[in-house]
Design a protein around this ligand. Sequence first.
Ligand SMILES: [Zn+2]
Length: 265
Amino acid sequence: MAAKKPFKARKTRERAPAPTKKIGPPLIPNHALEVEYRKELYQLVLEAVLPMRALREGYAEDRLTVSSMALLKKKAFTLAAKFVRKSNAYSRNRMWTVIEELGKELTVGVAELSATLRNQVVANVDLITGLAAESQEKLTKLFQENGPDQAKTYADLQEYVGNRAKLIATDQNAKIFTSLNTERMVGSGLKTFEWDHSSAGKVPRPCHVKRDGHTFSLEGGPSELRWPDGSDANSAFGGKRGDEGKPGWAINCRCRMRPSVSLDD
Ligand SMILES: [Zn+2]
């Protein structure tokens, strides 16, 4: 039966199907930026919570003093502003190439993004000062637990601050990148993206794995996910709270967006 296929069918099969859409590359956050932010964040918090006096006396207050908190806030602002500025420059460069590749023009400038950038700086200052406050409490507990063993207290505190700094840096690097890219793409006339699941995460979210290759709308904030017709997609494939948002929004999510353009547009 297979040998008797009509000539016409064979001919259409030989021709490549006309593409209906163009898909850009996956948008991958800048790892070097994440590492830099993590290191500086770690250093800043450690210095704030462990002054030499605490080590000498083997004792720490369970809260940072008003003046050391004020100083930390200033330094945190400088650090967060630098990180957000660099993230923004990276997003702009990346979007410049990708949007052009898809046949559109990047039309969103820094002025349009200023509110978003400001909010991200503020959010990061809060995360840094929050981490310092928690680390200070942790230090008090460590002094109590470890007694005179100050080397252990110091090592334990380093580990605690290091782990938390990594979590914050990874998460913020992905979130900021997703949110700035989304604004740039929407503002430049792009409408959809394909979900790209990266297998790099240790514990992949099942619903994120299932979303791989599906097309979603760029509409809405980074914590929203919608189908191309505008209907909600955050619960798609069994998505729960904590899985929500566009790729890179959920905590530790390493999924990516691949912007796409329908050629019928
Ligand atoms: Zn994911």
